[in-house]
Every structure is written in C-alpha cells, then in structure tokens.
Design a binder for this molecule. Structure first.
Ligand code: ADP
Ligand code: MG
Length: 304
C-alpha cells in the first residue's frame, strides 16, 4: 500500500503541493488529474523520491520513500516511474532498451519477458529497430515497457499516452492497464485525459490550488461533479440555476420553458454540439441534427 501523509513540497519557496494525503492499495489504479501546472508531475516525482519533502511522509508498505538528501541513488526496485519526458538509450534497439535492466545470466527468461512486454505495448514489429529512429509515441511505449521489465510493485505514469496517436491509443490503454491489473501492480497515473480515467481508474484525485480538491470514485465524480473544474474534465457543461448540467443532459423537446436560440453547430460525429443563447446566457447541448443560426429550440434537463 502506498501511504502519502501530509506531503508538502515547494520549489524554492513556491509552494506546489500542500498537505497532500491519500492511500493506494496494492493493485489499485489511482488517477491524478488537474489543470496544467497544478502539480501532477511534481507529485509523481516527489512520490518517486526525486525531491526532498518540506513536510510529510511517503511510505510503500513499511518502507519510507526518501529524497536525495537521504538516498545516494534516487529510486527503489519496487517502484518505477515513467516521466512525461522519457529518457531512453537512442543508439540501441527497442528490445535492448527493454531488456537493459534484466539479468543477462538468464537469456531465455530475458527473451521471454522482453517479448511479452513488446506485445503489451504493441511494438513486437519494432523489436530490432534503433530507438533514435522511432516516433515520439513509439518511444513512449518503449519507456513503458522498460519500466515494467522488472515487474515493479508500483508504477508512476506521467501522462503515459500523451504522445500516442488516436489510432493506437485506445487499444494500448486497454492493454497496459489490463497488464497492470492482472499483475496486481499499483499505478498512480497523472493525466488530463478523461479516457485514461473512465473505465480504468479505481479512484480519482483532483489537484487544485496546491491541494487535493476531491478524492473519490470516478463514477461518483462524473455523476455529481461538485465544481465546474471537475465537470470540465469530463466534457462540455453548463451551469443552470447553480446546477451543473452536461451538454448531453440537455435534450431538445417540442415545447418547454427553456427556449434557446442557436448560435453555432459543431459536427461531433454521432451528434452536433450546439452553442446557443438561453435568456442571455450561453448554453451548450447535443442534438442529432445540424441547426442553423437563429433557430429556436426548446430544451429539457434529463438525468444521466
Ligand atoms: P503539471 O504536471 O500538473 O502540469 P507541474 O508539476 O509540472 O504541473 O508543475 C507545477 C508547478 O511547479 C508549475 O507552476 C510549474 O511551473 C512549477 N515547476 C515545475 N517544475 C519546476 C522546477 N523544476 N522548478 C521550479 N518550478 C517548477
Ligand atoms: Mg505534468
């Protein structure tokens, strides 16, 4: 179990994290979300022991994670970290990068393990390719596989799919998160993408103003986003009578009290997102058809 207790950290007196406390059980997937600059990357680095805390403690089971002041070599065998900017060895191949930290005294095991991880990150075809010739997204996948090579108990992932294109992202996400669950590896994932959270994360922690704004189940936060910040993470939303209403919760009906006048329609695939004026306020809702500017549409709020 990861146990974070009252963690407080600043870069040269500028506070970034203040009194952060949370736990992550063995095998649990915790998502850390927050706007750019909210301290997600800093939190992961501090959990990894890259910096010394101003206050507080981080424990993995009974072992305290200590920063450079107390530790000659940063990091622990049971914990791996994949940075937003990954650092690989460019002049050797993908499989050599992944196998780098596996014992060469067990060549068959090393080979088997490397192949297994190449499959998880869907890079089997590139095993013999030199890393320097790979795209950003492919490098990110090599970094992931390398972090998993020695089977950590906990892995810290900083926006793990940010460089990966949409063609690959969905299947890779499923593959990596499934692998972590199957091997009961705890993961703490910093992200600003709801697709990394919904369907995968057990808990979701929202960072705001240097603190944890909420720590709850993703489903609970999705269904009842208490603040615009949380709602904006999940999608387009409106504030009507002080209530947060997602765009998809506003249905177009034949007649209602809520008359909206269309300003613009945006094609979104299986629906159009409509921007409209509702009694002088801007609203967004989803509609099955395109609607021209000036069209009057009546709206009704529905439950999820
Ligand atoms: P996020 O990952 O959520 O975008 P970061 O953890 O990267 O946020 O940054 C949090 C804050 O700390 C930002 O204000 C950023 O400018 C600052 N910061 C990040 N790294 C450093 C550093 N090495 N030195 C000083 N300030 C930093
Ligand atoms: Mg970051």
């Amino acid at each position: 179990m990861l146990h974070v207790k009252n963690l407080t950290f600043s870069y040269n007196k500028t506070p970034v994290l203040s009194a952060i406390s949370f736990n992550a059980k063995q095998g649990e997937h915790v998502a850390i979300i927050g706007e750019s600059g909210s301290g997600k990357s800093t939190l992961l680095k501090v959990l990894y022991g890259e910096y010394d805390l101003d206050k507080g403690h981080v424990f993995w089971n009974d072992e305290e994670i200590l920063g450079p002041k107390y530790n000659l070599v940063v990091g622990y065998d049971f914990m791996k970290y994949v940075a937003q900017e990954f650092d690989l060895m460019p002049f050797i191949t993908v499989e050599e990068n992944i196998g780098k930290f596996l014992s060469r005294f067990y060549p068959e095991e090393k080979q088997r393990r490397t192949e297994e991880l190449l499959e998880v990150v869907e890079l089997t075809k590139f095993s013999k390719t030199k890393v320097k010739t790979l795209s950003g997204g492919q490098k990110q996948r090599v970094a992931l596989a390398r972090a998993l090579a020695k089977q950590p108990e906990i892995i810290l992932l900083d926006e793990p799919f940010s460089h990966i294109d949409n063609f690959k992202k969905q299947s890779l996400r499923r593959s990596v998160f499934r692998y972590l669950k199957e091997h009961n590896i705890t993961c703490v994932v910093a992200t600003h993408d709801k697709e990394d959270v919904l369907g995968f994360a057990d808990r979701m922690i929202v960072l705001n103003d240097n603190k944890i704004a909420v720590n709850d189940y993703p489903e609970t936060l999705y269904k009842n986003p208490k603040t615009p910040l949380i709602a904006s993470f999940f999608g387009e939303f409106n504030v009507l009578n002080n209530q947060i209403v997602y765009a998809h919760q506003l249905k177009v009906v034949d007649q209602s009290e809520l008359k909206a006048i269309v300003k613009q329609s945006f094609f979104k695939g299986h629906y159009y997102l409509i921007e409209a004026d509702l009694n002088g306020e801007q609203v967004f809702f989803e509609f099955s058809m395109q609607a021209n500017k000036g069209t009057e549409l009546f709206l009704k709020v529905i439950e999820h």
